[in-house]
Design a protein around this ligand. Sequence first.
Ligand code: NAP
Length: 288
Amino acid sequence: MSLRIDGRTRLAGILGYPVEHSLSPAMHNAAFLALGLNCAYVPLSVHPEQLGAAVAGLAPLGFIGANVTIPHKEAVTACLDEISAEALAIGAVNTIVIRDERLSGYNTDAVGFMAPLSDLGLRAADLHALVLGAGGAARAVVYGLARAGAAVTIVNRNPDRAASLVDVLREHLPAARLASGPLTPEGIGAVLQDVDLVVNTTALGMTPHENASPWPNGVPFPRRAVAYELIYTPAETRWLAMARSAGARTLNGLPMLVQQGAESFTLWTGQPAPVSIMLEAVSNGRRA
Ligand code: NAP
C-alpha cells in the first residue's frame, strides 16, 4: 500500500542542509500510512541563507509542521512565533507545529533520549550519568537527565565548553546536580566508579569513521554501567563494542531517533505514534 496524495493531503517535512540521507521521511510516511492519515512527509533541502523564507512559506503552503535538523536547529528559533520552555533550555528547535498560521517551536530530543531508559529498567532519578561531549545533542541529553533528577557529569575535549553547558542549564534547572571536566583518563577516572550510565554524544565512531572512539585508551569500561550511544550508523560503534566486551549492557541511537520522531508525530496529529512501525521503517531505511 502507498500514500494517497490528493487535493486534501497535508504536508510535513524536514528542513536541513543536507537532508538526502535523513531516515525521517521513511519513518513518518510509514506512520501516516499506518494510521490512514492523508498526510505526506518530504525532505526539504534549505540553504542557510534561505531558512527564513522557507519557514515563512510553511503556513501558506498548508504544512501541519516540520522537523528541523543540522544546521538550522538554533537559527530557526528566530523565525518562530513562540518557543517551548524545553526548546528554550536546550537552545534548539527540532520540531515546528503550525496551528492557525502560528509557528510554535519544540524540542523532542530530550524526551526521545529518555524514553528508552525505562525500557532498560533504569530510573532516571537514581542515576549518576557520565556524558561524553558538550555539543548540541549533549545539551538535550543533559537537560533530559537533569530534569528527571539524575546527577550528571559532562566531560568534553574542550572542558570550558562542558563548564559553559553546566552554567547554561543551571539557569533553567537551578536544582540540577551537574559537574564538568575534561575528556581525559583523569577526567573520566574521577567519576567512573560511581556511574550507572555513560552516554556518547560525540560523533566519534560514526560512518565513515568507524575506527574512531571517544574513550581514552587504557581506561576499562565499568561493566555495571549501561553504555548509551547516540550514533545509529553503524549499529555498533567501536566504543559500544568495547563496552559490550567489558560486560556492559549497550544501547544505540536508533530508539532515540524513533522516540523523538514519535513525539513530533503526536504534536502534529494529536494521535499516539505507531512506534514499532516507525522503528521498522528506519531499520529498513538504514539497511537500504
Ligand atoms: P556537535 O554540536 O558538533 O558536538 C560535537 C561534540 O563532539 C563536541 O562535544 C566536540 O567536542 C566533540 N568532538 C568532536 N570531535 C572530537 C574529537 N576528535 N575528540 C573528542 N571530542 C570530539 O554535534 P551534535 O549535534 O551534538 O551531534 C553529536 C552526535 O549525536 C552526532 O553523531 C549525531 O548524529 C548524534 N545525534 C543522534 C540523535 C539520535 O536521535 N540518535 C539525535 C541528535 C544527535 P569539542 O567541544 O571539544 O569540539
